[in-house]
Design a protein around this ligand. Structure first.
Ligand SMILES: *Cc1c(COP(=O)(O)O)cnc(C)c1O
Length: 363
């Protein structure tokens, strides 16, 4: 007997992944073998408590890209980078990573039947991300150095040996990531006034700008947002105007001292009349707690930089604006930071009785 799928199967499956959904805007052909985990189509969630803090009748939304298959926006670029690597016959890929790129590269490479090598800064990677790279079966190589040094090494290795580099210097990464901008416009019916986004290696701000410009050019939106980039104060090379040799911040995903897409990010900021601003770790953690405890949204610390930044420059927000903050990664990526920096307590060592529990509950 042959098994036939019921006619509603494809509807049940729903979203096909972003390459299939946006293929006419992406550098793919019918021959491209699509490696997908049905990434993209992430929610644009209103955050009224944050809008209230900004005031001025603004509407604020978060683009919760932590809901991608490996828990960060990196999947948007990786589905395309890995599909194109497979199309070109690659057997292995390599990347340097503060964590999320390695998790994503590992998952998509394995999905596409390729080996993945990932270089991470020794002892400086969030636990959830390391767990992912290991379980997806990547070769994880921790170097005694920071992200910027790891990136230099993998660029050389990919030049010399038959492995494809899948950091955001791979142009397909940015092409895939620009779909975040498409989704925002498709949902809002227009571009927002501001796009607030954390900036590390500066690939994502570059990609979002590409996406908005492409949609604008073909008439899908009739304006362009101001690109508002936010860096952590201890890792703010673009804000300071020079590379940082020893970047430091609690937001490990943006602990980067010499961004690869520096010039492109500046170009996006200038063309959009946006700005780059530094936010302190305290401000990042404050926004991180606010998102979780007031909006029910758990993102990783680096992601909260977009909201921290918005709150920092809220006096510049025009009345009635629509603002989107990109939440780049899921909070479960970094449980250590969550537990260490929660203001919340939990009761330990209670007697296992209704009375003891009720008493603590205040009844
Ligand atoms: C990679 C990453 C960033 C920084 O993005 P860039 O493209 O490097 O600027 C921010 N937040 C999270 C969670 C990330 O994984």
């Amino acid at each position: 007997m042959t098994l036939t799928l019921p006619p509603y199967q494809s509807k049940l499956q729903g979203w096909p992944g972003l390459i299939e959904a946006y293929k006419s805007y992406l550098p793919v052909t019918e021959k491209t073998p699509v490696v997908t985990l049905q990434e993209g189509n992430t929610p644009l969630i209103p955050v009224p408590a944050i809008a209230h803090q900004v005031g001025r009748q603004v509407e604020v939304f978060v683009k919760y890209d932590g809901l991608n298959p490996t828990g960060s926006f990196k999947d948007r670029g990786m589905t395309l980078a890995i599909s194109k690597a497979k199309e070109a016959g690659a057997k292995a890929v390599i990347c340097a990573s503060t964590g999320n790129t390695s998790a994503s590269a590992a998952a998509y490479a394995r999905r596409g039947g390729m080996r993945a090598f990932v270089l991470i800064p020794d002892g400086n990677i969030a636990l959830g991300k390391l767990a992912q790279a290991l379980l997806y079966g990547a070769q994880v190589l921790a170097i005694k150095g920071n992200f910027d040094q790891a990136l230099e090494i993998v660029r050389e290795v990919a030049n010399k040996y038959p492995v494809t580099l899948v950091n955001s210097v791979n142009p397909y990464r940015l092409e895939g990531q620009k779909t975040g901008a498409f989704e925002i416009v498709d949902t809002l019916g227009e571009a927002p006034d501001w796009l607030c986004i954390p900036v590390g290696n500066a690939g994502n701000i570059t990609a979002y700008w590409m996406g908005f410009c492409q949609y604008h050019k073909i008439g899908k939106c009739d304006r362009l947002p101001k690109m508002m980039g936010f860096q952590a104060a201890g890792a703010a090379p673009i804000v300071q105007g020079n590379p940082i040799a020893q970047p430091e911040t609690v937001a490990s995903a943006i602990r980067i001292g010499n961004p690869a897409s520096w010039e492109k990010a500046i170009a996006a900021q200038q063309a959009s009349q946006g700005s780059f601003t530094a936010v302190t770790d305290e401000e990042i953690l404050e926004a991180y707690r606010l998102l979780a405890s007031n909006e029910g949204i758990f993102c990783e610390p680096a992601s909260a930089a977009s909201v921290a930044g918005l709150l920092k420059v809220k006096d510049q927000v025009p009345t009635g604006s629509k603002i989107v903050c990109v939440l780049t990664g899921h909070g479960l990526k970094d449980p250590d930071v969550a537990i260490k920096h929660s203001n919340n307590q939990f009761k330990q060592g209670l007697e296992p009785s209704i009375e003891a529990v009720a008493e603590v509950m205040g009844f």
